[in-house]
Design a protein around this ligand. Structure first.
Ligand code: SAH
Length: 393
């Protein structure tokens, strides 16, 4: 069967020669074979030389590349890719580890599978499809997962919020294999209820694992404020690290409920912890200098380039409040997960906030996303999480 063919405009193969996995609509000269959304297509340069194979999508990114060598995109292709990603997670000590059952198995372009995100929580994998091609292939992916991941029993598909809204498919959130209602996952020996049915993203923010572990080392005898706590991740590491007091804040009542549930799961009769369903900005305003370890892990302030300036102002304001409130010799863990905000831009916002407060500030650590969220070196867009650990005199 011949596949539909995409021919690029003259000179537009540059990005492909550098293994960038996206082809923008403006680079395309001709489309032969009437591909439908999600169909596999072959890509040729203007001289009709074969360049890559990928899948078609209507939109500004028209093709996402799956391979730069000619191979068939069949069940074996998915099996090999997912097996290779799994082997990496075993090498990283994240999979097949009794103290850690929570990890990202597939991180889109970072694992050379554009459009696909898979997180594993104990015996359940949660798939997110960001493109129609992944939606179409979801059942194959689910059965490949069961074959590949040791101990996996259930596959949940959660794509209502991630598929392009114009796509001609009905997004769904449902079990493709098995069923599980009460999942408890483990991260570095701490236990969490993960609610993929109602929770944000795939149910848990897996990407802060190593940063939470670092926080644990700084927590001893400190008064900790965990802002934007969601299910309480940072709070439990602080409690385990010997914090004097931990306050968790999130504007979502559901998140606070989950945080309290998770405290009970890990620490019996814990009286050092209190959770507040409040707005972070308001809470910080009234914090009255009682904390000497503050975590700021807000949602992405900018999802698109056109709101970048507002986002940078947002980071500046939020951090300025923390600098105003934090006790002398305090430690601030501050993050941005906005992909469109660069490391330098984020650091500049925090720098402005520090200068505004007049505090003496030293950078102790520069943080990023963990190894199970790898960045494809040819796809710089995959880098999104940045953090600074600051010592505030
Ligand atoms: N730190 C968390 C992840 C944070 S996700 C973890 O380790 O898992 C961002 C959280 O910010 C969400 O739970 C969302 O409900 C919360 N949020 C968004 N706007 C907020 C605001 N203005 N004040 C407080 N929380 C807010």
């Amino acid at each position: 069967m011949t596949l539909p063919q995409i021919t690029l405009k003259k000179g537009k193969e540059e990005a492909l020669l550098r293994f960038h996995p996206w082809i923008f609509s403006g680079a395309i000269h001709r489309i032969k074979g009437d591909p439908q959304e999600g169909d596999i297509v072959e890509v040729y340069n203007a001289q009709q030389q074969w360049m890559a194979i990928g899948y078609y999508q209507i939109g500004s990114i028209t093709v996402r590349i799956l391979s730069f060598i000619p191979i068939a995109i069949d069940t074996d292709f998915w099996l090999n890719k997912i097996q290779s990603a799994y082997n990496l997670r075993v090498t990283l000590g994240l999979a097949e580890n009794t103290q850690n059952t929570t990890y990202r198995l597939i991180h889109g372009e970072g694992d050379n599978l554009p459009g696909l995100v898979i997180d594993v929580y104990g015996t359940t994998a949660v798939i997110q499809a960001h493109t129609v091609a992944i939606h179409k292939i979801r059942h194959t992916i689910a059965s490949v997962l069961i074959q590949t991941v040791k101990g996996l029993e259930n596959v949940y598909y959660k794509s209502e919020g991630t598929l392009p809204f114009k796509a001609d498919v009905t997004p769904e959130n449902n079990y493709l294999i098995g069923q599980e209602t009460n999942c408890i996952a483990m991260e570095h020996g701490l236990r969490f209820h993960v609610d993929w049915l109602r929770g944000q993203k795939t149910g848990f923010f897996v990407d802060q694992r190593e940063n939470r572990l670092l926080l644990e080392k700084y927590a001893k005898d400190r008064s900790v404020l965990n802002m934007f706590c969601y299910t309480g991740g940072f709070s439990f590491y602080a409690l385990r690290g010997g914090a004097k007091l931990v306050h968790s804040v999130d504007s979502s009542a559901k998140a606070i409920e989950l945080t309290n549930k998770n405290v009970a799961l890990n620490f019996a009769n814990e009286n050092r912890h209190t959770a507040f369903a409040e707005d972070a900005f308001k809470f910080l305003e009234q914090a009255k200098g009682q904390y000497d370890l503050i975590i700021l892990d807000p949602p992405a302030f900018a999802k698109h380039k056109n709101v970048l300036n507002n986002a940078l102002q947002g980071y500046r304001k939020l951090n300025a409040k923390a600098f105003e409130q934090i006790k002398p010799n305090g430690i601030l863990f501050t993050f941005s997960c906005s992909q469109v905000v660069s490391k330098e831009q984020f650091r500049l916002s925090v720098f402005s906030a520090a200068a505004q407060s007049g505090r003496k500030v030293r950078i102790l650590h520069q943080l990023t996303q963990p190894a199970d969220h790898p960045i494809n070196i040819y796809h710089a867009e995959g880098e999104y999480l940045k953090g600074l650990v600051l010592y505030v005199e």
